[in-house]
Design a protein around this ligand. Structure first.
Ligand code: SAH
Length: 341
């Protein structure tokens, strides 16, 4: 698919078709604006015929708008798979939350994305498509980008799709691509330890976000199966490595589940494991997922917990929950048809 290619690769592709190299730029620009191939007026009919089979196709099955301004789309890909992506608009800019897999195999007990298991990995171009969709929707182009930030926090585990995800990062950060700075990208993982090291060794410096959700391995195992593979201590060591290599502060996500991980004992333990580390804790009252029995704490309780962590010397804030009324908030994305409630 054309969106999997960098500009240089597109030049090689175009030359391979027996066409002139400069056509690649025209094709690239048109594709980045998500134009129909037929509507790229600079390209000839015969050129388009050659490219047609490699061009992308997608269909927006649903486009929902939350009362808080958050928007969610369900995009049908060429093979019929459906991915959901979210646009979050703030005073300072626009953030796109992208999915990295169709479904997810991590099996976290509180998350909607994993309900039907993993269907398949997304390609780099399919991840990029989600960013391009909202960029074009906001009137942006390749050069005049409207999207300021990207978070890999939709459906799927990014480090379980390492090659495609890192290719996506290269594409979206390329100077002749959307030219997004790695500083403005957050990658969230439930903690696939070897690939955290790999990410650092491969020279990436995106903000690393760890879905922790529990202060000890026993509790973590009851809500996150991945905890059977990697200990919290191993994750923290990998985080230290990442921090030392990139200088980027690590974020820890902690979704507060009533009566499960919100006790005083849990919060004290959490502060102990994080003390002395350059990191930040994002607290989120668990968002409801109708198939799941777990409940979130009140926002008031979340603020009290943030204060407690601060007093214990750990930087912590409560994340705003956006898009909950359209099932667009953390842990609510899935790959169901239509994306409607
Ligand atoms: N697989 C990656 C990317 C998903 S990001 C990861 O685990 O980090 C989505 C974030 O929302 C993760 O921190 C996830 O643990 C969290 N989450 C999942 N279900 C949630 C829910 N119901 N309420 C609040 N947060 C949830």
């Amino acid at each position: 698919m054309i969106l999997d290619l960098s500009l240089k690769e597109m030049e090689e592709y175009v030359c391979g078709l027996g066409e002139q190299k400069f056509r690649a730029k025209q094709l690239f620009e048109g594709a980045y604006m998500l134009k129909n191939l037929q509507d790229i007026s600079t390209l000839s009919k015969s050129f388009k015929e050659k490219v047609q089979k490699d061009y992308f196709s997608y269909e927006v099955l649903a486009h929902l708008k939350s009362k808080d301004g958050t928007e969610k789309v369900a995009i049908k890909l060429s093979d019929g798979s459906v991915v959901e992506s979210v646009l979050l608009s703030y005073k300072y800019g626009h953030t796109v939350c992208v999915s990295t897999q169709v479904g997810c195999r991590m099996g976290c007990k509180f998350c909607a994305s994993t309900l039907n298991g993993l269907q398949r990995n997304l390609t780099s171009g399919e991840i990029l498509l989600q960013v391009l969709f909202f960029n074009a929707y906001l009137g942006g182009t390749l050069k005049e980008r409207k999207i300021t930030n990207i978070v890999l926090m939709g459906c799927g585990e990014p480090l379980d799709n390492y090659d495609n995800v890192t290719k996506f990062l290269r594409l979206v950060c390329a100077e002749d691509g959307l030219n997004v700075s790695q500083r403005n990208i957050s990658l969230s993982t439930c903690g696939l330890v070897p690939n955290i090291y790999k990410l650092a060794d491969d020279g990436f410096s995106v903000t690393l976000t760890i879905s922790l959700h529990a202060p000890d391995d026993d509790l973590r195992k009851t809500i996150m199966p991945i905890a059977n593979a990697y200990k919290i201590e191993e994750i923290l060591q990998a985080c230290d490595y990442y921090f030392n290599k990139t200088g980027r502060r690590i974020c820890f996500e902690y979704s507060l589940i009533e009566g499960v991980n919100d006790t005083d004992d849990c919060i004290l333990k959490l502060s102990k494991i994080l003390q002395g580390r350059t990191c930040h804790v994002n607290l989120i009252p668990l968002n409801s997922v109708k198939e799941k029995k777990l409940l979130g704490v009140t926002r008031k309780r979340a603020y009290a917990i943030a204060e407690k962590l601060q007093k214990l010397g750990v930087s912590a804030t409560v994340r705003r929950s956006l898009g909950e009324d359209i099932d667009g908030a953390c842990g609510q994305l899935r790959n169901r048809l239509g994306g409607a409630k």
